[in-house]
Design a protein around this ligand. Sequence first.
Ligand code: KET
Length: 462
Amino acid sequence: MASTTLSLASGASAISNSKPKIRFSGSSNVGHLLRKERNSPLFTTLSTGRKTMAVAVNVSRFESIPMAPPDPILGVSEAFKADTNSAKLNLGVGAYRTEELQPYVLNVVKKAETLMLERGENKEYLPIEGLAAFNKVTAELLFGADNPVVQQGKVATIQGLSGTGSLRLAGAFIERYFPGAKVLLSSPSWGNHKNIFNDSRVPWSEYRYYDPKTVGLDFDGMISDIKDAPEGSFILLHGCAHNPTGIDPTPEQWEKIADVIQEKNHIPFFDVAYQGFASGSLDADASSVRLFTARGMELFVAQSYSKNLGLYAERIGALNVVSSSADAAARVKSQLKRLARPMYSNPPIHGARIVANVVGDPVLFNEWKEEMELMAGRIKNVRQKLFDSLSAKDKSGKDWSFILRQIGMFSFTGLNKAQSDNMTDKWHVYMTKDGRISLAGLSLAKCEYLADAIIDSFHNVS
Ligand code: KET
């Protein structure tokens, strides 16, 4: 309500139904607002002379605002929490759990936090671009410390509000400096990509990616759609562990994707949310990005530490823009700062310090790699056990081996919406409606139960 210029007369209550008196004590546009409302059924009396009126305030001016639907991914966790069945399983959000299905704080994170406490560091504002030590190590982790683009200052790195915030900042940059340019998303892609570019007012369309017939990559479709996109489009690519399908191009296919992007003067835009999680190796999982940079291409990369360092709620990530000169990189960075300042001013410090301490310290860095291998290994184990359970229990002869060919946190089961609903309604298995399950939320002990649920949903629901 226009509360700067309206104040309740003494004794009146804003929440009572008894039409309290409201004193109009200003000369601003509220008068206009009230005149406009004079014909409204909500309007009761208005004595402009005394500038006093009585209105019914129990009807909100937010009346016309519709209820938003729950988020297709984060909304699943809310529904899971409300379920009281003891068999329930949350395979919705991509968040790592232990074999006991508990959230996991990495030991290296605890060590870094202990160090931070001992040092008694302050909580002053960070610069707009974030913590310098973080920006340095994050670019080095992604591109490799000896990569010429890093050494020659051609990368503009700005700390972002994790992967999502970094993508959104890039969206704002594209909207401002490449007006009308289109972003091409894989079909399917992480659901929030569409929201991000919609809200950034950046037009987007899709390129073919997943082929349900082969449960694999529609490589020819992908190449042909990228070729057909208007010259200078942004091509959004998942650096590794494609979400939701778990299907990545081979190294040879990446080369061909780079060929066609270069041919059409497109700009590659990598979303790297799973570095180290796909293969267990940080370097192997960055190879797609490095292949493109080695060709001298200008590109964008949004990075996230939610998964690989388990820093989900710290909102720590970065946007990296590789330019063909250090001079252009400096100008790009100055504009990214200019966009960030009115949106969120400057980013939070805690997660940035954790990353800087872990990635920047050789001992903690090696410990991190070991822990990441453990996490990636646990996911691979449940993937194998789920395949074994499905193959042993399903007598229909269906080939479930596609599950073993997918990588990363997820499995794209091929279950349709009705079948996914059955998983939740009958079996209390919470998952997204596109048939994706997060294997990071599954334990070895629950694989057989999950296999029963999948077999029932697949064969008995159409
Ligand atoms: N990109 C991809 C591909 C991605 O899967 C996620 C998160 C993000 C970016 C953003 O993560 P952030 O925490 O902002 O760094 N995906 C999981 C969580 C979510 O939907 O927010 C998910 O797909 O379950």
